[in-house]
Design a protein around this ligand. Structure first.
Ligand code: GLA
Length: 374
């Protein structure tokens, strides 16, 4: 299939006046820790959403080359679609109005290379791209991410943390981002040279809007409350054990995942800095087990994909990435072996499950930026 930029060039001959690129992300480690004031370590991907068009007074009018329907949003009220991809667009306009951002009308097209619903933040990339296109003055990355999270939390209704929007808005090329989600500070960690990022889509669909994500968030809050804490960031295993009987077993196990995962994120950032591939492998493995067993966010297909990858030459580390219940695995692969490893993984995955997996080898890309049009 043609890339998003090729399809855009065909749909907008001569290009629009203005265009931006907002990347998707793979989270290396730190799952569901963001809304618990913890640590995450995402990388922005080469897969991205593009928006291109021209200024148009008073309203935002968008068509997508990937999804049906034209979306029109009134820029003074934020009134627009309340279903489909348009609800993310209308949500961004409303959140920008709430924050007092000066808006400019825009008439354009969006096209994306990010698979939808695969856990690579296609919705955050769309939100960040739209916010870039309609802000009269460029937004500071953290403010842009907070506005886009608000769009998702308040207007779409999924209680996500800040990771996806912040990765898309603020990523640094060739770096992973160690984000402290308590104060949203970012510490860029250089990716070891020669290490390839391989993302494999299990092809088993996931839907963040489904209640599981919000339920997990509630369980985490319940566990923190039972310990008398504002968030799980301040918990340690000792405190959790002593409060074990004050909470349902589910909440206890979700909290155990969060507490141990925060520690693994910090260790993984250190291991990346030292290019300690063995340590990374072990941290990814423990993170995946905790995510699957304590957080119960894996699926049989993902279990197969992770174990097939772990037994593949060149693969240093493999785990489920993103919101959970299907979607993609993120794998770190020794230099230039990514293609061979991916083919091997896909073959064995298909033999075991009958599903043809898609995969991408990516560098760690930069955050949202204007791109040349035409
Ligand atoms: C989704 C959310 C993020 C984060 C991850 C899980 O991607 O948007 O905020 O919670 O799930 O780590």
């Amino acid at each position: 299939m043609a890339t998003a930029t090729e399809r855009l060039a065909e749909a907008l001959p001569g290009g629009g006046e203005l265009a931006w690129r907002a990347p998707g992300r793979a989270n290396l480690i730190g799952e569901h820790t963001d809304y618990n004031d913890g640590f995450v370590l995402p990388v922005a991907l080469d897969l991205a959403t593009y928006i291109a068009g021209s200024r148009h007074p008073g309203s935002l009018r968008l068509r997508s080359l990937d999804q049906a329907g034209e979306v029109v949003v009134d820029l003074t009220t934020g009134q627009g679609p309340d279903s489909g991809w348009g609800r993310y667009v209308a949500g961004v306009v409303k959140a920008m109005l709430d924050d007092g951002v000066e808006l400019a009308g825009f008439d354009g097209i969006v096209a994306s290379d990010i698979p939808i619903g695969s856990g690579l933040s296609s919705s955050a990339a769309l939100e960040v791209a739209v916010a870039s296109a309609i802000a009269i003055h460029p937004l500071e990355p953290l403010r842009q991410a907070l506005i886009c999270r608000r769009a998702e939390n308040i207007y779409v209704g999924v209680q996500t943390g800040i990771m996806d929007q912040l990765a898309s808005a603020a990523a640094k090329k060739d770096h992973a981002l160690l984000i402290d989600c308590r104060d949203n500070t970012i510490d860029p960690v250089p990716m070891p040279s020669g290490l390839e990022i391989l993302v494999v889509d299990s092809g088993a669909s996931r839907d963040l809007g489904s209640s599981a994500y919000n339920e997990r968030r509630k369980e985490c809050e319940l566990a923190a409350e039972a310990m008398g804490l504002g968030s799980l960031r301040d918990a340690d295993l000792e405190r959790l054990e002593s409060a074990r009987r004050d909470m349902p077993d589910g909440a206890y196990r979700r909290a155990r995942h969060i507490v141990t995962e925060n520690q693994r994120v910090l260790e993984a950032a250190d291991a990346l800095r030292r290019s300690d591939l063995e340590a990374l492998g072990s941290l990814f493995e423990r993170s995946y087990r905790s995510y699957a067993d304590d957080f119960e966010a894996s699926t049989p297909e993902i279990e197969t994909l992770v174990s097939v990858a772990a037994a593949t030459d060149g693969v240093v580390a493999a785990r489920l990435t993103g919101g959970g219940w299907g979607g993609c695995t993120v794998n770190l692969v020794r230099g230039h072996q990514g293609g061979r490893a991916a083919t091997g993984i896909a073959e064995r995955y298909e033999a075991a499950t009958g599903i043809t997996a898609r995969w991408w080898i990516s560098s760690a890309s930069g955050g949202v930026r204007p791109v040349a049009t035409g």
